[in-house]
Design a protein around this ligand. Structure first.
Ligand SMILES: CC(C)(COP(=O)(O)OP(=O)(O)OC[C@H]1O[C@@H](n2cnc3c(N)ncnc32)[C@H](O)[C@@H]1OP(=O)(O)O)[C@@H](O)C(=O)NCCC(=O)NCCSC(=O)C[C@H](O)C(=O)O
Ligand SMILES: [Mg+2]
Length: 285
C-alpha cells in the first residue's frame, strides 16, 4: 500500500499477546501501530500471540492507522511461520527485526509478495550497511531500534544520545537517499514527559518522521512535536507568497523575516504544508 502521504508522528508498539491493549488501540491517537511478535512477547507466548494477532487483524477496526506487524527474525523458530501467517492479511507492512544486510530483507521478501517491508535498524552491522538496506526495492520504511543498538555498542543512556548519533545519522541519510519513511526509537521512561518531549524534539530536528512509542501516555507529545506548528505553517505560506512575488519581479531570491528565501526553501515550505494537510486528512478520516 502507498503510505507516503500518511503521517508517522506516533507509531505505537503493542505486544501481540496483550488482548486488552490490542482492543484499546482501536481508539488511540496513533498514526500507526506496530503489532509486536518479537521482543515484547515471551517465548512460550509466541504461538498464542501470532494466532491472537491474526484473528484481531481480521475482526478489529483500526481505522486509518497503518497496521505494521513486527515478526520474529528468520533465524528463530517462529520467523518464517510469522510471515506466512500474514500473507493476504490486513497487515499494511511487515517489519523485520535486526536487519543487518539487504539479504535479510530479501529473505522476507521471498516469503510474502506485495506487502511493503520495513526494517528495524538496530545492529552495528545494520548501521554500516544502511545504504544497501535502504536501496532494497521492497523496503519502504525504517525504524530505529535504539535499545538493541545501545546494547550492541555497549553505550550508556544519555539524554543527548551521543553514542547513538552516528547510527541515527547513517540511517537517516540512507532513508532519505532512497525516499523511505524513517521513525526514531523508543523512549523507555514512559512516565517522564519532559524527557520524552526533549527526545522527540531532537529526532524531529534531525529529520525523523516520528517516534516509536511504548505507552498510550506518550502519544500526545509525539503527535504535537512532530506536527508542523502554527508558526511554521504561517512562515511556509509567507515564504511561498514572497518567493512568488519575487519571481514575478524577475528575481530569484526573496527575504522573509530577515532571511533569504530561495527555490530550495520553497521545497521545504511546500513539504511543511503537505505534512500539515496529511495530518488534517488523517484526523478527518
Ligand atoms: C510498559 C508497559 C508494560 C506498561 O504496561 P501497564 O503497566 O499495563 O500500563 P498501564 O497500566 O499504565 O496501562 C494503562 C492502559 O493502557 C493500556 N496500554 C498499555 N500499554 C499499551 C500499549 N503499548 N498499547 C495500547 N494500550 C496500552 C493498558 O492496557 C491499560 O488499558 P486499560 O485497561 O484500559 O486501563 C506496556 O505499556 C507495554 O507493554 N508497552 C509495550 C512494550 C513493547 O511493546 N515493547 C517492545 C517494543 S520496544 C523495542 O523493542 C524497540 C526496539 O526493538 C529496540 O531495540 O529499541
Ligand atoms: Mg530491538
Amino acid at each position: 500500500m502507498a503510505h507516503q502521504a500518511h503521517p508517522f508522528r506516533s507509531v505505537l508498539y503493542i505486544p501481540g499477546s496483550k488482548e486488552r491493549a490490542l482492543e484499546k488501540a482501536q481508539g488511540l491517537a496513533a498514526d500507526a501501530i506496530i503489532f509486536d511478535l518479537e521482543d515484547a512477547v515471551a517465548h512460550d507466548e509466541k504461538i498464542h500471540a501470532r494466532d491472537l494477532l491474526k484473528k484481531t487483524l481480521e475482526t478489529a477496526d483500526y481505522g486509518p492507522r497503518i497496521r505494521i506487524v513486527r515478526v520474529n527474525g528468520m533465524d528463530t523458530e517462529w520467523g518464517r511461520d510469522d510471515v506466512a501467517a500474514f500473507v493476504g492479511s490486513k497487515a499494511d507492512v511487515i517489519l523485520i527485526p535486526k536487519v543487518s544486510s539487504a539479504a535479510d530483507v530479501q529473505a522476507v521478501a521471498d516469503l510474502i509478495p506485495d506487502v511493503p517491508l520495513w526494517a528495524m535498524m538496530e545492529t552495528a552491522l545494520g548501521m554500516l550497511n544502511a545504504a544497501e538496506i535502504a536501496a532494497h526495492p521492497r523496503l519502504t520504511g525504517m525504524v530505529m531500534g535504539t535499545n538493541d543498538l545501545a546494547k550492541e555498542l555497549g553505550s550508556r543512556f544519555r539524554p543527548d544520545r551521543l553514542a547513538l548519533q552516528t547510527g541515527l545519522g547513517l540511517c537517516l541519510l540512507a532513508a532519505r537517499a532512497h525516499g523511505l519513511t524513517i521513525v526514531d526509537g523508543v523512549y523507555n521512561a514512559f512516565k517522564d514527559e519532559d524527557g520524552l518531549r526533549a527526545e522527540c524534539a531532537q529526532g524531529r530536528d534531525m529529520g525523523f518522521d516520528g517516534k516509536t512509542l511504548i505507552h498510550p501516555a506518550q502519544l500526545e507529545i509525539a503527535n504535537e512535536v512532530f506536527s508542523p506548528s502554527a508558526a511554521e505553517i504561517d512562515l511556509a505560506n509567507r515564504q511561498i507568497a514572497a518567493f512568488e512575488e519575487a519571481e514575478r519581479q524577475g528575481l530569484g531570491v526573496a527575504v522573509v523575516d530577515g532571511k533569504i528565501v530561495e527555490n530550495l526553501h520553497i521545497v521545504t515550505a511546500r513539504q511543511t504544508l503537505a505534512k500539515a494537510e496529511a495530518i488534517a486528512a488523517f484526523r478527518a478520516s
